[in-house]
Design a protein around this ligand. Structure first.
Ligand SMILES: Cc1cc2nc3c(=O)[nH]c(=O)nc-3n(C[C@H](O)[C@H](O)[C@H](O)COP(=O)(O)OP(=O)(O)OC[C@H]3O[C@@H](n4cnc5c(N)ncnc54)[C@H](O)[C@@H]3O)c2cc1C
Length: 323
């Protein structure tokens, strides 16, 4: 194990981009993935803030020809409800991209391997065995153990390193019944509120049954910041985490990571505020008033899409130096 070697749990988008971001900062790492390959179904939209990151780690030029480029999202009803700018090469340096997940995963995995970063598949972390200031060790489900200076859980929606709500296993009939029982879904969400932060408790406190859409995907799901940022926020998080980790080695790393958490939370809070503005504009004013008049006033997204992450992290770290 080289000093400062990082073990990354999960070869999803976050784990792969974190590995390339650390490699760019000359920090060595290994990725451990529970399955035999990364999940690659569906498609995602990427905005300029994240395309700048993917450009910096050598991915953007490779994915551009495999994706659909656009600038404006149109929310179509009759009449149309709203538009939302998702990218603009003249304003932010990049148009937005929509890309199938497997294209992005293919490029990320190929680039990770090309850079000599090891991905070990079929290695599911089951528990952390010990940790100290200088080393962490853990066990896989095949009984083997490993160790590194740092362990990062990029384990996404399975969240072994964290908390989740897991519903009981159901057969097809059970799912059919659940789809017609919104109250049961709400009761499930409200169980054990003390295990979750105030934000989650607040979100499940008042859920009007008539506003619920049941989405019958048999997979774990976390709801990230919206305004279309979903996976984009994950990319921002791992890129800035890599910058903070590599640039703060001579400083107090614990404090630096607190500053990282504080800094990213400020951005998440702004995304949540933007999302509330978007919701407010699109919501009918009352149940029977129909869709609102189309408001063409553009949202303020310059701070979101135009972010300079190197500068942002320098700014965050200056707070650590100043104490
Ligand atoms: C149905 C669905 C549709 C979505 N659509 C969109 C969308 O349109 N736009 C958008 O922005 N976002 C979307 N999302 C969210 C998006 O998929 C996530 O934000 C993104 O996948 C997060 O990436 P991640 O790498 O953090 O986690 P994941 O993609 O969940 O990857 C985590 C990886 O860690 C591995 N792992 C987990 N536990 C362990 C362990 N103990 N040991 C080793 N490996 C482990 C998993 O096998 C997995 O490969 C969607 C999610 C779902 C479920």
């Amino acid at each position: 194990m080289t000093p400062n070697h990082v073990a990354i749990i999960g070869a999803g988008f976050s784990g792969l981009v974190l590995a390339l971001s650390l490699q760019k900062q000359s920090v060595s790492c290994t990725i451990y993935e529970a399955h035999s390959a990364s999940l690659d179904i569906g498609a995602i939209m990427l905005s300029p803030n994240v395309l700048r990151i993917l450009d910096a780690i050598g991915i953007y030029q490779q994915i551009r020809p495999r994706s659909f480029q656009f600038q404006i999202l149109h929310f179509c009803t009759d009449p149309p409800v709203d538009t939302f700018e998702f990218g603009n090469r003249d304003r932010y340096g990049y148009d937005a991209l929509r890309i199938y997940r497997y294209h992005l995963i293919d490029v990320l995995v190929a680039t990770v391997k090309e850079k000599g970063i090891s991905i070990e598949y079929g290695k599911k972390l089951t528990r952390v065995v010990s940790w100290s200031e200088t080393e962490v060790s853990w066990e896989f489900d095949d009984g083997t153990t490993d160790r590194a200076a740092y362990l990062v859980g990029a384990d996404g929606s399975e969240v072994l390193i964290g908390k989740q709500k897991r519903a009981a296993e159901l057969d097809r009939e059970g799912w059919n019944q659940l789809m017609n029982d919104k109250q049961r879904c709400v009761d499930f969400l409200r169980q054990g509120p003390e295990d979750f932060p105030a934000l989650v408790q607040g979100a499940v406190f008042h859920i009007p049954l008539d506003k619920i859409n049941l989405w019958p995907f048999y997979m774990p799901m976390l709801f990230p910041p919206s305004a279309g940022q979903g996976v984009n926020q994950a990319f921002e998080d791992v890129y800035t985490y890599a910058l903070v980790s590599s640039q703060s080695q001579s400083q107090d790393l614990k404090s630096a990571r607190k500053v990282w958490q504080h800094g990213r939370q400020e951005r998440v809070d702004r995304i949540l505020a933007l999302n509330s503005q978007i919701d407010a504009r699109r919501m009918p004013k009352s149940h029977d008033s129909g869709p609102p008049e189309l408001d063409q006033e553009p949202f303020d997204v310059e701070w979101l899409y135009g972010a300079d992450f190197e500068d942002m992290v320098r700014n965050w770290l200056s707070r650590v130096v100043k104490g």
